[in-house]
Structures are given as structure tokens and as C-alpha cells.
Design a protein around this ligand. Sequence first.
Ligand code: S3P
Length: 205
Amino acid sequence: MARTGSDGSAPTAEKLKLPRTIALVGLMGAGKSCIGRRLAAALELPFVDADKEIEAAAGCSVQDIFTEHGEAAFRAGERRVIARLLDQPTVILATGGGAFMDADTRALIRERAISVWLRADLDLLLRRTGRRNTRPLLKRGDPRQILSDLIEQRHPVYAEADVVVDSVDGPPEMTLARVTESIRSYLENHDAAGQDLSGGRSAAQ
Ligand code: S3P
């Protein structure tokens, strides 16, 4: 399906040929599922939401896994499910915000996927996560403080992603266009195994 860039430029997304799964990483509210779904539609690839797969495997919601079994059990399930998903043909994969913080999962994503960090600032994350009350981590106290602490802990790790894109406070198509262009630039500068051909990391943002 053809999509037009936010600036009205020619359709771009459908021209991308992905050698590996795209793993979207970033904090809760960064837009991983929203952008992932649109990217998958544009590239005519399946979209997979890791949290939904974890829920299907566990037979209950993420919230219930946290409440009834604890965060450690959720993280173990998350690690297993993402490993399984990365063992399958190319998809657009939205990971939960904590997934890339796990060293094993991060190594697997590095090996088998192209990681895209959707970076967003505190106010945007707070606004977006405020729309749904389904995230157990944000129920542990003041959401602004929690997200601010998570930014401090996690942003340096998310920064290891292959591609970094700022999530825009506007129509999803704007962020989608940035993601598409950034992946295109990454693919131009890396071979199919992810080896850098340009002498530097993908500069696309
Ligand atoms: C989490 C993020 C959530 C979900 C769980 C834990 C995290 O996913 O996996 O509540 O640790 O940041 P989203 O990032 O899709 O909200």
C-alpha cells in the first residue's frame, strides 16, 4: 500500500525491502504499536505486538501477570516470547517498554532484527499513557516521576538501537514518514547482516 510522506512527498514505505524483522523499542506511550501497525500496513508485512503475544501465551492480561505472578515472571515470559517471535519470518514487532532492557533480548534483537527506538519526551509520554489505565508500572506511584525515572534509566540503553527516531506530537503519519526514511537510510548504509558499510552508525533520525 502506498503512503505519502507528511510533507506530501512521493510514497516511500513500500519501496523498503527488509532483510530482517523491525523491532520497535522505547518507553510506554512512545507510539510503538501505533506506528508499528501503520508501518506493517505500508510494507504489507504482519504486525506483531509482543505484549499481546505474552497475554495469549499466558491466557491473561499483562496487568494480571504482574499482579498474580509478579514482574519477574512477566519478564521471563517476555524474554521467551520475543525469542520465539525473532525466530520467525520478517514482521514488524512492537516490543514492550522493558524488553530491550533485558541483555539477552537486546542481544537477540541485535542479531536478528533492526531495532528502531521511538524517542519521546516526558510530556508526550505522560499525555499518551494517561489515555489508558492498563500499565502496571505506572500504577506504582506518580506517573510523571515514574516515567522521568524510566527515561533516566532506559534512554541510554535504548540509544543502542540501530535507528533512532523522534516520535512527533502530531498525526502518526508524520512519525511514520520519519521512521520509514530512517530505516531506508539504515538499509543504504548496512548490508543484509547489519554490517556497517558507511564507516559510521546510521545518522538517520
Ligand atoms: C512495560 C511496558 C508495557 C508492558 C508492561 C511493562 C515496561 O508495554 O510490557 O506493562 O516495562 O515499560 P508498552 O511499552 O507497550 O506499554
